[in-house]
Write a protein that binds this ligand. Structure first.
Ligand code: HEM
Length: 170
């Protein structure tokens, strides 16, 4: 079961990552379309890549990853860092959708610099996640936030952050 889930996780991550990397190039091609028929064709291909390929792959990648949390030892600092980066990747996924709407509106365009910046952001976050998840660096949370991983340590952390303002439980 774990092997199957991990296989599905990696396969869908490959599709998700590939889709995100290819989308800025499709947006950029909008500036080269010569007529309405070409524009509609490019729009259809871009929507297909985003709606039918990349987004479902992202859902399955996140779903299988969530299932793997319960099957693997994930209570390590590197995994929290991975989740932070995955959050950034999900935000960038949403950004691609918003960019698609803007680029394919009347007079919409994507410049070369914007295309390079967006592609670089995708590559950066994907490579960062892969490095963290494959190298599994030993990060000591105590150096950053002592007691962060203490069981039942949240009340003490809240007291530290906001002072002793909470109503004590009887
Ligand atoms: C909400 C999203 C995600 C969750 C909950 C999640 C969770 C997990 C879990 C629990 C594992 C097993 C860890 C272990 O073997 O100790 C795993 C493996 C892995 N994940 Fe994710 N993941 C997510 C997204 C991603 C993304 C976006 C990428 C890459 C861009 C990624 C790349 C990998 C890789 C390469 C492995 C295999 C690591 C190995 O076997 O050593 N994951 N994931």
């Amino acid at each position: 079961m774990t092997t199957f889930l991990k296989f599905l996780h990696l396969a869908t991550i490959a599709v998700w990552s590939g889709g995100l990397v290819v989308l800025p190039m499709l947006f950029w091609q909008r500036r080269h379309v010569a007529n309405v028929a070409e524009l509609e064709r490019l729009h259809r291909v871009t929507r297909y890549v985003y709606v039918v390929v990349t987004s479902p792959a992202a859902f399955v990648a996140i779903g299988t990853g969530t299932a793997l949390i319960f099957l693997q030892t994930t209570f390590h600092e590197w995994f929290s860092l991975k989740m932070l980066l995955v959050g950034a990747m999900a935000m960038l996924h949403v950004l691609a959708g918003l960019t698609a709407v803007k680029v394919f509106s009347a007079n919409g365009r994507m410049g070369t610099t914007a295309c390079i910046v967006l592609t670089s952001l995708y590559l950066l976050v994907i490579v960062a996640i892969l490095v963290v998840v494959l190298a599994k660096p030993g990060i000591d949370a105590n150096q950053i936030a002592p007691h962060l991983f203490d069981p039942g340590g949240l009340p003490a952390l809240l007291d530290q952050l906001f002072g002793e303002t909470r109503t004590p439980t009887p």
